[in-house]
Design a protein. Structure first.
Length: 438
C-alpha cells in the first residue's frame, strides 16, 4: 500500500556515533526516555562536536535542543560523503526539530553533522522508511494528526509552544497537540503491532487531577494523574512537560488493535496528546495492513487554520448502526407513492371547485403586479473556536547506554544559561515537520 511511515531512533542508540570530545548525557523528564545527549565540552572551549548516523530510508530529522544565541547558530551537514552544506538553526535556544534532510533515494545513507557548539542536544531522530526497509526491532511513531487517529468530542488542536519552566521552551512533535478536559471525550487509534505507548504534554504546574481509561480491544486500564502541593515536580516548577508517558502496554500478540482513550474526570487538568509509538508486527512498509478509519461526523475546533481537512474525526463506526439496503429502498418507494397520492387528491379537489363555480385556481396565488418578493438568506458565521494555550510530562525509564555507543559523561548537568524560566517566547511559527500519514 502507499503510505508514509516514520521510525523513532533514541539518542542512546548504538547506530549514532558521537565524536569531537566527550559528549554528555542529560537526564530529565523533559526528554524522550528521560535522556538527551549534548555537546557540553564545546561550551567553554574552541572544540566542536560531531555525530554520524547510518540509516535505511528516504529522509531523516533530528529533534533536540538548539544553542543559546550567544553561540554560533550554524552547523554543517554531509550526506553520503557528498559536498557539505552549511545550515542555520530555525530558532535559538529551543527544544524542536532542528534538522530535516531532503528526500533521498530509498536505501542506506550516512548522515554526518559537525560544527556543533554550545548546548546543542540530540534527543531522537525520525527516519522515513522506504517500501522495503526492514522494520524488525524498530519503533514506529504516529503523530496526533495521523489519519489513523480519530477524535470524538470537543478536542482542540493547538500549535502553541510548551514552557517547562526550568528548561528549554519548545515545540511539540509535528508542531501541534490535541487537548480536552471534558469527560466522555475520546480518541481511537488503530495500529498493527506488539506494543503501544501514548505520549503527550502534562501540566505539572496545575494543581488538580486527571482520570483516564485506556481500552485495548476490550481490555480496560484505568490511570489517574494527580498534582498536589507535595508533588516533587510541582515543587521544582516543572511546568509543561513534553514526552510524558501517559500509557503503555508491551508483549502484545502480533496483530491489529484499536486503542480507545477516554477522559473519565478532570479537575484543573487537561489530557494533551502529542504522539503514539508502537513495535510493528509487519516486516516492511509494503506489507503494512491497511487499517482504514471510519467516516466522522464530528467537527474539530482548531487554534490553527492549517489543520488538514482530510484528517478524520469521530468514533469508529459500528455496523449495527448502519441502515440496511432494504430499508432505504422501501422508504424511497413509499415516499414516491405518497407524493403521487397527494398530487391526485389536489387535482381532483381543484376540479370540483371549478365545477361548483367557486374561485378559480388563480385565487390561490397572491397578486404581485410590479413587485418582487425576496426571502432573506442569512449565513450563520460561527467562530472557529477559542485560542488554546498549553500549560505539561513524564516519560518512561531510559534505555541503558549500549556498550558500543557514544562516550558519555553521565554526571553532567545542564549549565544555568540554558534555563528559560521567565523567557519571553516570540510568536514565531514552528518550522516544517515530518508527519507520519497513513
Amino acid at each position: 500500500m502507499s503510505a508514509r511511515l516514520l521510525l523513532m531512533l533514541d539518542d542512546t542508540d548504538s547506530s549514532i556515533f558521537y565524536s569531537g570530545g566527550t559528549w554528555s548525557h542529560s537526564v530529565d523528564t523533559q526528554w524522550y526516555l528521560k535522556s538527551e545527549t549534548w555537546a557540553k565540552f564545546t561550551v567553554n572551549s574552541t572544540q566542536t562536536g560531531t555525530f554520524t548516523l547510518t540509516f535505511q530510508g528516504t529522509s531523516i530529522s533530528i529533534i533536540g535542543s538548539t544553542p543559546p544565541p550567544s553561540f554560533s547558530q550554524t552547523f554543517r551537514v554531509n550526506i553520503d560523503n557528498g559536498s557539505p552544506s552549511s545550515l542555520t538553526y530555525p530558532i535559538s535556544q529551543r527544544y524542536m526539530q532542528w534538522y530535516t534532510s531532503p528526500t533521498l533515494q530509498d536505501g542506506s545513507h550516512t548522515l554526518r553533522v559537525d560544527g556543533l557548539v554550545g548546548a546543542v542536544g540530540v534527543d531522537f531522530a525520525l527516519i522515513e522508511v522506504g517500501q522495503d526497509t526492514s522494520l524488525s526491532g524498530k519503533t514506529v511513531i504516529a503523530d496526533d494528526d495521523d489519519s489513523a487517529v480519530q477524535y470524538s468530542g470537543s478536542w482542540l488542536r493547538s500549535t502553541e509552544q510548551f514552557n517547562p519552566g526550568v528548561i528549554l521552551v519548545g515545540f511539540p512533535l509535528g508542531g501541534a497537540t490535541h487537548r480536552s478536559s471534558i469527560p466522555g471525550d475520546s480518541i481511537a487509534f488503530r495500529f498493527s503491532g506488539t506494543s503501544i505507548a501514548v505520549y503527550g504534554i502534562f501540566l505539572w504546574g496545575s494543581l488538580g487531577s486527571l482520570s483516564m481509561t485506556y481500552t485495548l480491544d476490550g481490555s480496560a486500564f484505568s490511570r489517574n494523574y494527580n498534582v498536589t502541593t507535595q508533588s516533587p515536580e510541582f515543587k521544582e516548577n516543572f511546568g509543561d512537560t513534553e514526552n510524558f508517558l501517559y500509557f503503555s502496554q508491551d508483549n502484545l500478540s502480533p496483530g491489529n488493535y484499536t486503542l480507545v482513550i477516554r477522559i473519565e474526570s478532570t479537575s484543573n487538568q487537561f489530557f494533551i496528546l502529542d504522539y503514539f509509538t508502537y513495535k510493528p508486527s509487519f516486516s516492511t512498509l509494503s506489507t503494512m495492513p491497511n487499517l482504514l478509519p471510519a467516516q466522522s461526523s464530528t467537527s474539530l475546533p482548531s487554534t490553527s487554520s492549517g489543520f488538514p481537512s482530510s484528517n478524520p474525526t469521530g468514533r469508529l463506526a459500528e455496523s449495527s448502526n448502519s441502515p440496511s439496503v432494504g430499508a432505504v429502498v422501501g422508504t424511497s418507494i413509499g415516499g414516491t407513492l405518497f407524493a403521487i397520492f397527494v398530487v391526485l387528491f389536489v387535482f381532483k379537489w381543484l376540479k370540483g371547485r371549478r365545477q361548483r363555480g367557486r374561485n378559480s385556481i388563480t385565487a390561490l396565488v397572491p397578486k404581485v403586479v410590479g413587485q418582487r418578493f425576496v426571502s432573506p438568506f442569512i449565513l450563520d458565521k460561527r467562530p472557529s473556536g477559542p485560542a488554546v494555550g498549553l500549560k505539561g510530562s513524564l516519560p518512561p525509564p531510559s534505555d541503558s547506554m549500549p556498550a558500543q555507543g557514544p562516550v558519555i559523561d553521565s554526571s553532567a548537568q545542564r549549565p544555568q544559561m540554558v534555563a528559560t524560566s521567565g523567557y519571553s517566547v516570540p510568536e514565531e511559527a514552528p518550522p516544517a515537520y515530518l508527519i507520519s500519514t497513513f
